[in-house]
Write a protein that binds this ligand. Structure first.
Ligand SMILES: Nc1nc2c(ncn2[C@@H]2O[C@H](COP(=O)(O)OP(=O)(O)OP(=O)(O)O)[C@@H](O)[C@H]2O)c(=O)[nH]1
Length: 603
C-alpha cells in the first residue's frame, strides 16, 4: 500500500503511430519495471493482429516504482495504456477516468492529428492534467519548434511546457517521469469511505476467470473479500487482488487511489462490464455508482455465415469463445435465403468487425462469408410502432413505414489545405453536411462535418486516404439519429431476390448506386452454363439490369491434352475460388459479390 500523496495515475494518449507504445516501453525500462530482454519477449506474445495492424487493441496497466529527483522520495506510478482506435472510444474514456493525468504524445514530424485532438478532448472531459510530449525528435524531418507552436495555438498549452523526446532513443524519458510527479495531481478519494472501484478494462484468464482492471476510488479491497458489480448485480469473492508489474503480481489489497486488478472467477467478461463500479455487497442500493457507465452499443452490423453449412456449430462455438473475452461483440442466429444459417453480428466499428472476422478465420480456421456492413435504422411504422433494424432485408415494406431515422456522426478531418476541394467533393457525395473549417497553421486545416454512419462505413476512409495521398487523418463520434429519405434496394439474381445483397440507400442515390452495383456484380459473378440476369429493384420497379453471359467453353478445353500438372493446377485454382462461393438458387455467387457495395467507387 502506498499513501495517496505518492501515487500518480496517468495514461498516454496519441494519434495512431505517434509512438505511444514505444514511449510506454521506454518508461518501463527506465524504471527497471522490465528489462530490455523482457520487453522483446513481451512484445512477442502480444496479440498477433495487434502487432500486424500496428495498433493497440487492449488497454494495459502497469505499476512502476520511481524515485523522484525533486524530493528523493519513491513514487508509485501507474501507467494505463489506452486503445488507439476510435472504435474503442468508450474504453478509452474509462481508462482516462482511472487517471489524473495524461501524456499527450505528438509526432514531431507530423504535428497534431485528428486523434490527437479527439483524445485530448476526452482527457479534458475527464479533467486530466495534460503533459505534451513531442516525440521522434531524433528524425531528420522533425520540426519540434513548429509542433510546439501548434500545441500552444491549437491546444492552448504554453509551448515551454512541452517535453522534447525520442521514445526510440530514450531521450527525455526522465524529464517525462519528473513531469508526471510534478504536474499530475495525487489521486483524490476517501480512504475511510466504503469501497468504490472503477472497472476500466478486463480480460479472461483460463485459470483465474475474468481479470478486472480496477482503479480504487474510495476505500480499499482485499483478496477473499466478497464484492458486488453494481451494473450487473453479480457477486463474487475476489480470488486475488494485485497489480501489473507488468505480469500479474498478487498484493493482497488495493487501497484508495491505487490501480490494479482483481481476479473475479467470473466465467465471462459480460459479468464484469467496463465502466461498472465494484462495491461491498452491504452497500448495494445505498451508494452512488461512479459516473460514466454505459452498456456497449454496437454501431456496425454484418451477417457472418460459414461457407460450408456443416461448419455452423463450429462458428457458433468460435463466437461463444470470442465473446468470453470481448463484451462488445454481439451476435444472434439468423437465416438467409441466400446464405443459409449464420449469425447477425454487432460490432463497435469497422476495425472491430475486421478483427473478429480475421480471428474467426485464423484462430478458428473457419471459412466464413460476411455480408456488407450495415448500421441500425430506427423505423417508425404507420401504426406508431418504432423498431430498430440492422439488417436491410428486415426492412418493412414502404406502405408500412412512416419514417426512417439513421445514425449520424460528428466527423473531423485534419488535412493539408491543398486537399480541401477534393475532401469537400467526397463528403458531398457521401451526404455530409459541412460544419466548420479551421486553420491550424498556414497550410493545415481542421474540417468538421456531420455524416451518416452508413456512408462513413462504406469506403469513406479509403477514399479519403487515396484522395489526400494518405495525408488526411480522420476521427468520428456518434452524434444523433436523424430522419432520412431512405429506401431499400433489392438485388435479383436469375429472378431470385438475394436477401443478403439487399441495401438501404438514400432515395437520391438509389438509382445510380443500383446501376453501379449491378454492373459490379456482373463482373464478379462467374459465367454459368446459362444466361444470368442481375437486376436491381426498388419495390417492384426494376431500376437496373445486366446479364452474365452463358459460359461457352469448358475450362479444361484450354489445356492441351497430356499436360497433367497444368490441368491439375487449373482445377485446384478453380476449387480454391469455389470455396468462397455460395449457391443461390442455381447460381454460384462468390464472396466478393456480398461485399461489392464497399468497392463501388473503384474500377
Ligand atoms: N525515429 C523514431 N521512431 C519512433 C519513435 N517513437 C516511435 N517510433 C516509431 O514509430 C512507429 C509507431 O510507434 P508506436 O509506439 O507503435 O506507436 P503507437 O502510437 O503506440 O501506435 P498505436 O499502437 O497504433 O497507437 C514505430 O515504428 C516506432 O518504432 C521515436 O522517438 N523516433
Amino acid at each position: 500500500m502506498t499513501d495517496q500523496a505518492h501515487i500518480r495515475n496517468f495514461c498516454i494518449i496519441a494519434h495512431i503511430d505517434h509512438g505511444k507504445s514505444t514511449l510506454a516501453d521506454r518508461l518501463l525500462e527506465f524504471t527497471g519495471t522490465v528489462t530490455k530482454r523482457e520487453l522483446m519477449a513481451q512484445t512477442l506474445d502480444q496479440m498477433d493482429l495487434e502487432r500486424e495492424k500496428g495498433i493497440t487493441i487492449k488497454a494495459q496497466a502497469v505499476r512502476m516504482r520511481y524515485t523522484s529527483q525533486q524530493d528523493g522520495e519513491e513514487y508509485e506510478l501507474n501507467l494505463i495504456d489506452t486503445p488507439g482506435h476510435v472504435d474503442f472510444a468508450y474504453e478509452v474514456s474509462r481508462s482516462l477516468a482511472a487517471c489524473e493525468g495524461a501524456l499527450l504524445v505528438i509526432d514531431a514530424t507530423q504535428g497534431i492529428e485528428a486523434q490527437t485532438l479527439a483524445n485530448l478532448y476526452l482527457a479534458l472531459e475527464a479533467d486530466l492534467a495534460i503533459i505534451p510530449v513531442i516525440n521522434k525528435i531524433d528524425l531528420p524531418s522533425a520540426e519540434p519548434e513548429k509542433v510546439m507552436q501548434e500545441v500552444e495555438d491549437v491546444i492552448g498549452i504554453p509551448k515551454e511546457e512541452c517535453i522534447l523526446a525520442s521514445a526510440k532513443e530514450g531521450i527525455g524519458t526522465q524529464d517525462i517521469l519528473e513531469a508526471v510527479i510534478k504536474h499530475v495531481p495525487r489521486p483524490k478519494g476517501d480512504p475511510e469511505a466504503p469501497l468504490r472501484a472503477l472497472v476500466f478494462d478486463s480480460h479472461y484468464d483460463a485459470y483465474k476467470g475474468v481479470i478486472a482492471y480496477v482503479r480504487v476510488v474510495d476505500g480499499a479491497l482485499h483478496t477473499d473479500e466478497r464484492v458486488t458489480m453494481m451494473a450487473t448485480g453479480s457477486n463474487t469473492d475476489i480470488l486475488e487482488a494485485g497489480y501489473f508489474h507488468p505480469r500479474l503480481t498478487s498484493a493482497g489489497e488495493l487501497t484508495t487511489g491505487e490501480v490494479g486488478y482483481i481476479a473475479t472467477g467470473f466465467k465471462k467478461v459480460t459479468d464484469c462490464r467496463v465502466g461498472d463500479t465494484v462495491i461491498l455487497p452491504a452497500y448495494a442500493g445505498k451508494i452512488e455508482a461512479l459516473a460514466g457507465y454505459r452498456p456497449v452499443k454496437s454501431m456496425v452490423f454484418a451477417g457472418i455465415y460459414p461457407v460450408e453449412g456443416n461448419d455452423y456449430p463450429l462458428l457458433r462455438e468460435a463466437l461463444d469463445r470470442l465473446k468470453i473475452n470481448d463484451a462488445a461483440l454481439q451476435y444472434e442466429p439468423e437465416t438467409s435465403n441466400a446464405l443459409g444459417f449464420g449469425f447477425r453480428c454487432g460490432f463497435l466499428g469497422l476495425l472491430h468487425m475486421e478483427i473478429i472476422q480475421e480471428r474467426l478465420e485464423r484462430e478458428y480456421n473457419l471459412d466464413i462469408l460476411a455480408t456488407a456492413p450495415s448500421v441500425a435504422y430506427r423505423v417508425m411504422k404507420t401504426g406508431g410502432e418504432v423498431i430498430e433494424i440492422d439488417n436491410p432485408s428486415d426492412m418493412p415494406s414502404f406502405g408500412d413505414i412512416e419514417q426512417i431515422e439513421e445514425p449520424w456522426m460528428d466527423v473531423s478531418i485534419f488535412t493539408p489545405s491543398r486537399y480541401i476541394g477534393t475532401i469537400m467533393d467526397l463528403v458531398n457525395s457521401k451526404r455530409g453536411v459541412y460544419k466548420e473549417l479551421k486553420y491550424i497553421e498556414a497550410e493545415r486545416v481542421l474540417l468538421t462535418y456531420n455524416l451518416p454512419l452508413a456512408e462513413l462505413i462504406i469506403d469513406f476512409y479509403d477514399q479519403l486516404k487515396s484522395r489526400t495521398q494518405g495525408y488526411a487523418s480522420l476521427d468520428y463520434a456518434y452524434a444523433d439519429y436523424q430522419p432520412s429519405d431512405l429506401i431499400k434496394l433489392d438485388i435479383l439474381v436469375n429472378a431470385v431476390a438475394v436477401d443478403a445483397l439487399s441495401l438501404i440507400l438514400h432515395r437520391e442515390k438509389a438509382y445510380y448506386q443500383g446501376r453501379a452495383l449491378v454492373e459490379k456484380l456482373r463482373s464478379l459473378i462467374p459465367r454459368q452454363m446459362f444466361e444470368v440476369p442481375i437486376q436491381a429493384a426498388i419495390g417492384s420497379r426494376v431500376v437496373a439490369r445486366e446479364t452474365v453471359k452463358a459460359m461457352r467453353k469448358d475450362v479444361l478445353a484450354k489445356c492441351y491434352g497430356g499436360d497433367i500438372s497444368r490441368k491439375r493446377k487449373l482445377l485446384e485454382k478453380q476449387k480454391e475460388g469455389k470455396r468462397r462461393m455460395k449457391m443461390v438458387g442455381s447460381v454460384e455467387i462468390p464472396q466478393e459479390a456480398f461485399m461489392a457495395v464497399l468497392s463501388l467507387g473503384e474500377e
